[in-house]
Design a protein around this ligand. Structure first.
Ligand code: HPA
Ligand code: ZN
Length: 345
């Protein structure tokens, strides 16, 4: 382990772009399949990993959704999230705002209540035993209808205190953000924070980014690095303090590159970018691994990593006081390691 690797893993950080369903490691998939009596085509971990042959978002999603059939009960959702939170803890995560996809489960007959209570139990345990503050973000699947999204939002209202915000994921092609304008307006009125995926190199990426920034008025954008194509939009995002939850290793699976040039361009201009893991079981990299891979590719300094960690808290949905306390922890960690703080800190 190089010094930078140890520093990247130890740095206190927030994970803001993490799909709980994307943390399903093959070993847990086999255990849950056995527990629930579900036959699987693949018989070994290597056979499962051999199916991880993604070339774009669509081919990733074609593997991601069928795997979820092993998730049936509240205990299954608990086990999935608890396994993730322990791994995240080992890579320096002290705060996590985690996506979950209820419609990927309710659409196959699993009650919403079982999904959310299982995940919530893991979040509470993470606070008690690991000292991680963990929150849930409900993501609507954009390839389902706006009506189904609205019905899901209505169902979520009974669990409002367990859900910090709402997001939008799945296949962006043909499912632009405006399809969900009314759902997001209602979610905002109910007090939820808003974020939406603007996936990398989509048809109409820049138009979709403009819509989420100026029409939907989200609080954050997931991925969204195509914004560098429009300097006026970058300036607007910086003025609004919009966070960009980038995922370098994920990018290298669903496109030809990590998009490190785009992420660095945003970082150097002072945009609130940070690094996250997206679907770590599928892309083979948890958050610390993403910091290291990106740092190596873009030749970042330890001070740059400190800026990314600070940005992760600044873009979080914590209260101002809790954000400041976490940022002080980042700065103390850097100072103890002899790493200069960034100029803006
Ligand atoms: N984009 C869209 N949908 C997803 C993703 C993503 O990065 N991860 C899991 N579902
Ligand atoms: Zn994502």
């Amino acid at each position: 382990m190089t010094d930078l690797t140890a520093f990247a893993h130890g740095l206190p950080k927030a994970e803001l772009h993490l799909h709980l369903e994307g943390t399903l490691e093959p070993e847990l998939k086999f255990a849950l399949a056995a527990r629930n009596g579900i036959p699987l085509t693949e018989k070994t971990v290597d056979e499962v990993k051999a199916t991880y042959d993604f070339t774009d978002l669509t081919s990733f999603l074609a593997v991601y959704y069928p795997a979820m059939q092993v998730l049936q009960t509240a205990d299954d959702f608990f086990d999935l999230a608890w396994a993730y939170l322990q791994r995240a803890h080992a890579q320096g995560v002290v705060h996590a705002e985690m996506f979950f996809d209820p419609q990927a489960h309710t659409s196959r007959g699993v009650p919403f209540a079982d999904v959310v209570t299982g995940y919530r139990r893991a979040a509470v345990r993470a606070q008690d035993e690991l000292g991680i503050s963990a929150e849930l973000i409900l993501c609507f699947l954009r390839d389902f209808s706006a009506e189904y999204a609205m019905a899901t939002l209505m169902e979520a209202l009974a669990y409002k205190s367990w859900i910090v915000g709402v997001g939008l994921d799945s296949d962006e092609r043909g499912n632009p953000p405006e399809k969900f304008a009314a759902v997001f307006a209602r979610a905002k009125a109910e007090g939820f924070f808003l974020t939406m995926h603007c996936d990398i190199d989509q048809v109409g990426s820049i138009d979709n980014i403009r819509t989420v920034l100026t029409g939907i008025e989200v609080d954050r954008i997931d991925h969204g690095t195509n914004i560098v194509e429009d300097p006026a939009l970058v300036a607007l995002a910086i003025e609004k303090g919009i966070g960009f939850t980038t995922c370098p290793v994920s990018n290298s699976f669903v496109t030809e590159q990590m998009k490190s040039d785009e992420i660095v361009a945003l970082l150097r201009q002072g945009a609130r970018v940070m690094v996250n893991s997206d679907d770590p079981a599928y892309f083979g990299a948890y958050i610390g691994d993403n910091y290291v891979a990106f740092a190596e590719k873009a030749e970042l300094s330890a001070t740059d990593l400190v800026q990314l960690a600070i940005n992760s808290f600044e873009a979080s949905w914590l209260t101002a006081g809790r954000r400041a306390a976490y940022i002080a922890r980042v700065e103390d960690f850097a100072t103890a390691a002899g790493v200069p703080l960034p100029a803006r800190a």
